[in-house]
Design a protein around this ligand. Structure first.
Ligand SMILES: [Zn+2]
Length: 361
């Protein structure tokens, strides 16, 4: 059997193929054999295999069990996952750019008595200034000291504080956004592929949640190593356990779905503990309040995203009208990026705080 015939068979409609569909498929096969382009069809919700049925309010424009090559190339065509793929892929590149610029801005070596200190220091300010329009948009930042060079970087003679918690978060955000994008692109290929992609997606989400904790926990509590270690150990173990539970086949049964979701929600909500701790213990510090405001805003973005995701609005109100543009999952993705970016801004506040003062004791 030639590959063209196989291609057409995997690209044809699912479910009960009626005579009309069979005839259409035959004609397309003939076209392919003749060397002309044949395209995989987009199908309706009712034609999907069970494992691809997720949102009954999105009626059309589904890819279903396409060959891998066509599935990958579908990143450049319009269907109901196109914007899900691209929102997080663009988000990935945004965070990649933020990471690269942060590497240059925050390099420990460069800050330590480098002859280029002044230049780099300026760069640090520039990088921070770039974030200001968003900060102002959120209307929560206190920007009065932004123009003051002396408050923006480490004092001369002081070692810059550890950067790994900040970069771990940036890495976690990139992992989550990239795995999510891949999952949306490839899941429709086959049941086996969907199974693997969903596990990858769970791992990405857990990675983002865990790494988001690191700056939140490390920088406020760095002067109290015991508390700092306890918080970091707790969330790391919790995250690993959640990933393991997500990967174990025994836990994939439908009846465990609420349990798996609950694990992720508990992991995210447990962030309230160190944030509340910080506000109670360090509420007299403006930095503690500013970062807590960022974290509240981040929680608002993520929370709103989850509510929209679960409620499946707006497509619930007008099924079929938001199949390609505007459905809940796309809004959820945008809110995730907004939440992660808010967290990035909080990270800069932490670095500014601790680079300037270290442990004030
Ligand atoms: Zn998604």
């Amino acid at each position: 059997m030639d590959s063209a015939v196989m291609f057409e068979e995997t690209c044809s409609f699912n479910g009960e193929a009626n005579e009309k569909q069979r005839s259409t498929s035959r004609k397309r096969r003939e076209k392919k054999v003749e060397g002309k382009d044949a395209k995989c069809e987009l199908v309706g919700f009712d034609s999907l295999p069970e494992y691809l049925k997720d949102n009954e309010f999105i009626l059309n424009h589904y890819r279903s069990e396409w060959p891998m090559k066509e599935t990958v190339l579908s990143i450049f065509s319009m269907h109901n996952e196109t914007l899900n793929i691209w929102t997080h892929l663009i988000g990935f590149f945004i965070f990649l750019a933020l990471t690269i610029s942060a590497i240059f801005m925050l390099s420990n070596e460069n800050f330590l008595g480098s002859p280029n200190f002044a230049t780099l220091h300026f760069g640090y300010n520039i990088g921070y200034t770039i974030t200001l329009p968003l900060t102002n948009l959120y209307n929560i930042a206190q920007v009065a000291n932004v123009s003051s060079t002396t408050t923006m970087g480490p004092q001369l003679g002081r070692s810059p504080i550890t950067r790994w918690p900040f970069f771990a978060f940036l890495l976690g955000a990139m992992v989550c956004l990239l795995t999510s994008s891949l999952c949306h692109l490839l899941m429709c290929h086959s049941e086996k592929c969907a199974y693997k992609m969903l596990r990858l997606d769970y791992t990405g989400i857990a990675t983002l949640i865990v790494t988001s904790f690191y700056p939140v926990v490390y920088y406020p509590f760095m002067c109290d190593p015991l508390i700092c270690t306890l918080y970091i150990s707790f969330i790391t173990v919790f995250g690993l356990a959640t990933v393991l539970v997500s990967l174990v086949p025994a836990f994939q049964a439908v009846e465990f779905r609420p349990f798996r979701a609950l694990l992720f929600v508990c992991m995210a909500v447990s962030g309230l503990v160190p944030i509340t701790h910080k506000v109670i213990a360090m509420g007299h510090r403006p930095e503690a309040i500013i970062t807590a405001r960022y974290e509240s805003l981040m929680g608002l973005f993520y929370g709103l995203g989850v509510v929209i995701y679960v409620a499946r609005v707006p497509e619930r109100w007008m099924p079929g009208k938001f199949d390609v543009v505007g459905h809940s999952h796309q809004l959820f993705h945008v809110l995730v990026i907004a939440g992660a970016h808010t967290h990035y801004l909080a990270g800069l506040e932490y670095l500014k705080w601790r680079d300037t003062e270290g442990c004030y004791a």
